[in-house]
Design a protein around this ligand. Structure first.
Ligand code: CAA
Length: 264
């Protein structure tokens, strides 16, 4: 499949089973326009449907930005009715979060602002370069986050920091983002892609159904009450207990060998 605004690569060994998706509009700091959305929906759909691909990494082309937000030039003259009638921004969450059950990582290489920060937060977790900067500066444009920033950022870093960032538009650097729980890990700028691919390969080497299950459980913590989340966790554990990979994983441990996964 060919794409206009992204590149997609299935990585060879030692990063086997890993799909690398790169936002590729560096001249616009990888701003997210409608074509980027269509391309990402197609690429993540293909990743999800391919049983040979078990983890994905999303990053930005160029040295400066992961993505500097939704494309302001595309939105500037758009009538309000179109935003409302098209339920503008809804498909990001439905196609990149809800529809993708397999794991994916955001490798944030620079600015992740507005929709760029929101896209990174749609990932299962973020690995950031020391040059990464996160922010929700939409207020400076007379608007507000539209792809989940007010909700996911608040859940990630708490009300105080999320409110301050949304109200002032100030950016958070990588060190603060790590301290605040927004990113899993900060690495050197040069090693970002390698670290993200290495982490993705480690996930891809896990029993695939258990990876989906672990993701579903952790996400339940964001979407339900504690009691409901604990039920989700126990039920999924109980389902996994009936899997061939559970029998293999426990036998492999006892026999002191590597497990061979069937993904069921
Ligand atoms: N949309 C469209 N184009 C953008 C863009 C965006 N979000 N961000 C940057 N660009 C373009 C610039 O217009 C410029 O293009 P030209 O060369 O054609 O003029 C090019 O990318 C390079 O940008 P700058 O010259 O501005 O680069 P800089 O290094 O001086 O500044 C920056 C970098 C601080 C990130 C600055 O580009 C910036 O503030 N960008 C906008 C950030 C923003 O407001 N994001 C939120 C968008 S709204 C949104 O995302 C809504 C939502 O919740 C979904």
């Amino acid at each position: 499949m060919s794409y206009e605004t992204i590149t997609v690569e299935q990585r060879p060994e030692p990063h086997g089973a890993v799909t690398l998706i790169t936002l590729n509009r560096p001249q616009a700091l990888n701003a997210l326009n409608s074509q980027v959305l269509e391309d990402l929906i197609a690429a993540f759909g293909a990743y999800e449907a391919d049983p040979g691909q078990l983890c994905a990494v999303l990053t930005g082309a160029g040295d400066k930005a992961f993505a500097a937000g939704a494309d302001i030039k595309e939105m500037a003259d758009k009538p309000a009715a179109d935003f409302y009638l098209d339920d503008f921004f809804a498909r990001w969450t439905s196609h990149l979060v809800k529809a993708v059950r397999k794991p994916w990582i955001a490798a944030v290489n620079g600015f992740a602002l507005g929709g760029g920060c929101e896209l990174a937060m749609m990932a299962d977790f973020i690995i950031a370069s020391e040059k990464a900067k996160f922010g929700q500066p939409e207020i400076k444009l007379g608007v507000a986050p539209g792809m989940g920033g007010s909700q996911r950022l608040t859940r990630a870093v708490g009300k105080a920091k999320a409110m301050e960032m949304c109200l002032t538009g100030r950016m958070m650097d990588a060190a603060e983002a790590e301290r605040s729980g927004l990113v899993a890990r900060v690495v050197s700028h040069e090693s970002l892609l390698d670290e993200a691919l290495r982490t993705a390969a480690a996930i891809a080497a896990m029993p695939p159904m258990a990876a989906i299950a672990n993701k579903e459980m952790v996400n339940a913590a964001f979407e339900t009450t504690l009691d409901q989340g604990l039920i989700v966790e126990r039920r999924i554990f109980q389902i996994l207990a009936a899997s061939e990979d559970k029998a293999e994983g426990m036998a492999a441990f006892i026999e002191k060998r590597e497990g061979q996964w069937k993904g069921r």
